[in-house]
Design a protein around this ligand. Sequence first.
Ligand code: GDP
Length: 310
Amino acid sequence: MNIRNIAIIAHVDHGKTTLVDQLIKKSGTLEAHEELAERAMDSNALERERGITILAKNTAIHYKDYKINIMDTPGHADFGGEVERIMHMVDGVLLVVDAYEGTMPQTRFVLKKALAAHVKPIVVINKVDRPVVRIQEVMDEVLELFMELGADDNQLDFPTVFVSALNGTSSLDPDISTQVPNMDCLFDMIINEIPAPAVDVEGGLQLQPALLDYNDYVGRIGIGRIQRGSIKVNENVVCLRADGSKTQFRVQKLFSYLGMHRFEVEEASAGDIVAVAGLADIGVGETICEPSCEEALPLLHVDEPTIQMI
Ligand code: GDP
């Protein structure tokens, strides 16, 4: 499967949630995978029954032959460590900027982390349908911010798309009359401009959780990109711990994403972002690997324990 992993970053209210909803809708992800979507909803209903709150922070959409994993990013400075770890899982970011408001403090904060991680940005100027917009000024502000924050040459060469997430329209041209009623130019941009994950499909499993999640039923869940090989439910794996020790465990559950839902899968392979349950005290930055092939990935910078409640 062709995969693209991206994060979405924006100042609060600039339209991140509306854009992700629209991308799910316009890509036809849920219609095309009705059966999976139903299963995903079932598992969410089950989780609700068990009294677990669900806050889906990851989304996946299918477009053409591609699966695009979209990671949400917290905009608040208290979550700087989490943003850095998310940048380890992705190869690009969508920077969403309001066509009237322009760049704001959270735009700067999260963009700085993305640029430092050398991921490829796509600039999404949103809300072009607003009665008053400042598109040219906003584009200038964005370019200035990139330069100020030390973007590399590849990042400075960012593509820009103009959208109304609310109306589901987009264009490569800032002129509002050129908007078309779909998101294809943004989807194509993600596929063509964001590099495929640099991973190794052959070889023994390596997966480093960059985020933690928790639910009462399966306990702690590690979320990360599979760096090498593949992972299967019920297989025995080894976790190379942050303190240098190791723990064997069985992959109890494996989750993937579809639309705003998470659903169980039997297997996943290099490049994809998955959630793994089975080790009650798994930690961020440790490495899950195949017992025959123990090799730790470099430790991730961790400045605070982060548990996302689901
Ligand atoms: P988030 O905080 O970045 O997730 O922002 P939301 O997606 O919740 O959007 C914040 C507000 O902006 C909501 O009232 C949306 O309806 C509105 N909004 C989002 N996208 C657009 C757009 O393209 N045009 C207009 N006019 N409003 C939008």
